[in-house]
Write a protein that binds this ligand. Sequence first.
Ligand SMILES: Cc1cc2nc3c(=O)[nH]c(=O)nc-3n(C[C@H](O)[C@H](O)[C@H](O)COP(=O)(O)OP(=O)(O)OC[C@H]3O[C@@H](n4cnc5c(N)ncnc54)[C@H](O)[C@@H]3O)c2cc1C
Length: 395
Amino acid sequence: MKHRIVVLGAGYAGAIAAGRLAKRLHPDDTEITVVNADADFVERVRMHQVATGQDLKRRPLTDIYAGTGVDVRLARVTAVDADRRTVALIDDHGTDEITYDTLVYALGSTAADHVVPGVAEHAYDIAGQPSALRLRDRLAHLAAGGTVLVVGGGLTGLEAVTEIAEARPDLDVAIAARGGLGDWLTGKAQQHLRGVCDRLGITVHEHTDVARVDATNVVTRDGREIPAQVTVWTTGFAVHPIAAATTLAVADTGQIVVDDSMRSVSHPDVYAVGDAAIAEGPGGKPLRMSCASGIPMAWQAADAIAARLTGQTKFPKAPLRYFNQCISLGRRDGIIQYVTADDRAKPARLTGKLAARYKEFVCVGGAWSIAHPVLYPVRRHRIVATRSEIRSAAS
Ligand SMILES: Cc1cc2nc3c(=O)[nH]c(=O)nc-3n(C[C@H](O)[C@H](O)[C@H](O)COP(=O)(O)OP(=O)(O)OC[C@H]3O[C@@H](n4cnc5c(N)ncnc54)[C@H](O)[C@@H]3O)c2cc1C
């Protein structure tokens, strides 16, 4: 019987892990199934572009994996039983259960609301395609002079506010940041960011903590009201509750705790990658939710799984570290902030048009590598270990 590998989620991390596994393992020995709620690979890093009316290239998963031996199952995961090694699914035909020998959990994340009153009722987010499309529709119906407030001064907030202000110069666009604007960036990059906000007419509310969201304004912790016919909430990501409902070891955030090979510290048959997992990065700091770390996590998991199944004692170590933060500021501007391995700003940065092109190149490159899994180098080793040998070696 073939070794059954099930990959849950075909975002950046899951899609890459599945393609790489197909290239590492022999199809006569393994059955690889990717389960995803969406029929397409969705470029989540472009959701601010979707919200402002730009259309993305469609990338159907069945096209991506054609000829690779990877099966695509279009379904929503509702539960995982990590002790029975089963996954509960629901699709258009009803409910189902599938069994795995090795699981790669890559269900990503969604918007976090930090339980601020009114967010669920009134705010929009761009953490996924359905919510970005909802915001797109709302913005399309917002008349000139309408007020938009982006709450959150992190990477997603900066990309969202500049994209909206550039696409809709007729709107009154603002950002509320808990700290100083881009205060983790190097001084020159912060100056550039302020210049872009000025140029695009963005009102910046710094050191502003939003305590409540209403239909046409927000209220700050110090009692100020900021007009906002549309509030866009970008204060962070949260994981789906599925992992926390299992016997898998999870952190307070609900992310699956993994070792440096991306294997669950509690269940050796389970690997977790991308936003859904918490792994230690350089300096012992947890890797942040990002493609920048999710993609190498996926390489690492696939290489570790393939090595362990094929009896190799060593496998390559993926670069689980940071090199730069690539921030788009609309379509014509950006900041590339070079960072240390543990993500602290270094003096070097790129700004302006060149940075915008660099960021675009990174996004295109990421999507292209997912859409062309057949181009990975082929090293199809044969499986040597039986399932019980693998489990006992792991325990
Ligand atoms: C607007 C925006 C801009 C960003 N920009 C950057 C950036 O510039 N650089 C960077 O490094 N990161 C960026 N990020 C973060 C980055 O997008 C995420 O960290 C990355 O997508 C995580 O990859 P993932 O594979 O773990 O999850 P995802 O990409 O979210 O993929 C998860 C997959 O699982 C599927 N799924 C979820 N739940 C279920 C279920 N129950 N059943 C079946 N399928 C399910 C989803 O459909 C999806 O296909 C950005 C995010 C946003 C929202």
